[in-house]
Design a protein around this ligand. Structure first.
Ligand SMILES: [Zn+2]
Length: 126
């Protein structure tokens, strides 16, 4: 379908110039309503997908943050095994603190990333 850019009259293929205003006809841009809804739908599902991913990252980060002591404890039992099953209390505490801090940082970063992601996704929608 051809269209006059001036008066918006529609012409069949084969015409080149508008009868009324002698404008050169252009190809009518295809605005398929169905296409629009599909695009909108995919945008919404993209939005939900992003939100889900960031939400999961946030939750994982939060869980790691909350269970950093347990995770540190768990890692310590592995470190203990590596050290032959026994360890100086001070050394143990230093290792424990280090691994707890490590999990706390990891959890903070993940929940921060997830939180920022959620915020930017919800802000960019409007
Ligand atoms: Zn025209």
């Amino acid at each position: 379908m051809l269209i006059c850019p001036n008066c918006k009259s529609e012409y069949q293929e084969g015409y080149a110039i508008c009868n009324d205003c002698e404008c050169e006809l252009i190809e009518k841009p295809e605005v398929d309503e169905e296409d629009m809804t599909v695009k909108k739908d995919s945008k919404i599902s993209q939005f939900i997908g992003k939100l889900l991913i960031f939400g999961v990252v946030f939750v994982i980060g939060f869980i790691i943050l909350m269970s950093s002591i347990n995770l540190g404890d768990h890692e310590m039992s592995n470190i203990m095994k590596a050290h032959g099953g026994s360890m100086d209390t001070n050394t143990y505490l230093i290792y424990l603190e280090q691994s707890i801090i490590k999990y706390r940082i990891l959890g903070s970063i993940l929940s921060l990333l997830g939180g920022i992601g959620i915020l930017t996704t919800t802000n960019s929608k409007s």
